[in-house]
Ligand binder design. Structure first.
Ligand code: ZN
Length: 314
């Protein structure tokens, strides 16, 4: 059965080309990145974060983002997304013609200073400026914020839930279209995820955005399932779990796209993604970054005997 996007119940947002490649020190050649993005699109993914508009001396491995945006814009039906940390990045992203920009705003005061050298209040001001620029130059472009360290922070430890929800409300007042919650450091557990997303829906309604879960402690899929039960329909994931922490061997970073798609499809929740084609999309990644560790239980085990994608209707 061929996947139908019209009937997809959840949106899998592939973040590997940005979140994954950002944490790999080597640079994947641009030609391999283009092949990889095309293969991800061919598998049925309809939202891809293709890169980040940051100064090339900070992240040389993402210096070709504008070129990748141009390539991704040729793929039909694809929402082309890029991360921007500030107004300057937003200017470049809008000039490149992205459909969606995503801005990381930390819930943790300590992480905000460490990550973007700005307080949360300064980041809110930056978001207001980004929204104003979008309104002026490209009103059709979506502005999304992923609230990082929403479930805990390596630097600060506990992040009070009231502060996360207040920040989400302030972001919506600042004009963002969607605000999601990110478990940047792998602190989240399913009960917490369900509780916090329910509060988010209560606070900002339809402007609640994606669940961005990490698999640091093996709870990535469980946390996605909990978010789904709370009403979330967009899930960030990275092919091959790219983005694993080099200091924690075997502990993968982002939720593995292949395993997440398998979980939903096995449950009868349509993703619009073809699993066999998705697993085949690992090839350009392997070719572009030979020897880089990539993860995933489903690609290793193969699909279960008798499993027919799209056949699970309960
Ligand atoms: Zn991530």
């Amino acid at each position: 059965m061929s996947p139908s996007h019209l009937s997809a119940a959840v949106l899998i947002s592939e973040v590997g080309p940005r979140d994954g490649l950002q944490s790999v020190a080597r640079t994947m050649p641009s030609a391999d990145k283009r092949r990889w993005i095309s293969a991800l699109h061919a598998a049925g993914l309809r939202e891809i974060e293709v890169g980040s508009f940051v100064p090339p001396d900070l992240l040389p491995q993402l210096a070709d983002t504008a070129e990748l945006v141009a390539h991704a814009l040729t793929l039909p039906g694809l929402t082309v997304m890029a991360l921007v940390p500030n107004l300057r990045g937003a200017e470049a992203a809008l000039a490149a013609g992205v459909h969606k920009i995503t801005v990381p705003v930390s819930a943790s005061a300590a992480h905000s200073l460490a990550n973007v050298r700005k307080t949360r209040e300064q980041m809110l001001d930056e978001v207001r400026r980004i929204v104003a620029l979008r309104d002026e130059r490209a009103p059709q472009t979506t502005v999304e914020v992923g609230i990082s360290t929403a479930f805990g922070c390596t630097l600060q430890g506990l992040v009070p839930e009231d502060e996360v929800i207040r920040l989400a409300e302030q972001l919506v007042q600042a004009g963002v279209d969607e605000t999601g919650l990110s478990d940047t450091t792998g602190h989240a557990n399913p009960a917490q995820v369900r509780r916090l997303f329910k509060r988010l829906f209560g606070a900002v309604g339809a402007k609640a955005g994606a669940a961005h879960m990490h698999n640091t402690r093996g709870l990535g899929l469980a946390n996605c399932l909990a978010a789904h039960e709370a009403g979330v329909t967009t899930f960030d994931a990275s092919l091959g779990g790219l983005g694993g922490c080099p200091y924690a061997p075997g502990a993968s970073g982002n939720v593995v796209t292949e395993d997440l798609v398998f979980m939903f499809e096995a449950m009868g929740v349509a993703t619009g993604v073809d699993l066999a084609a998705l697993i085949a999309a690992r090839e350009p990644l392997k070719a572009g970054l030979p020897g880089e560790p990539i993860y995933g239980m489903t690609p290793e085990a193969g699909l279960p005997k008798g499993f027919v994608q799209g056949a699970a209707h309960v």
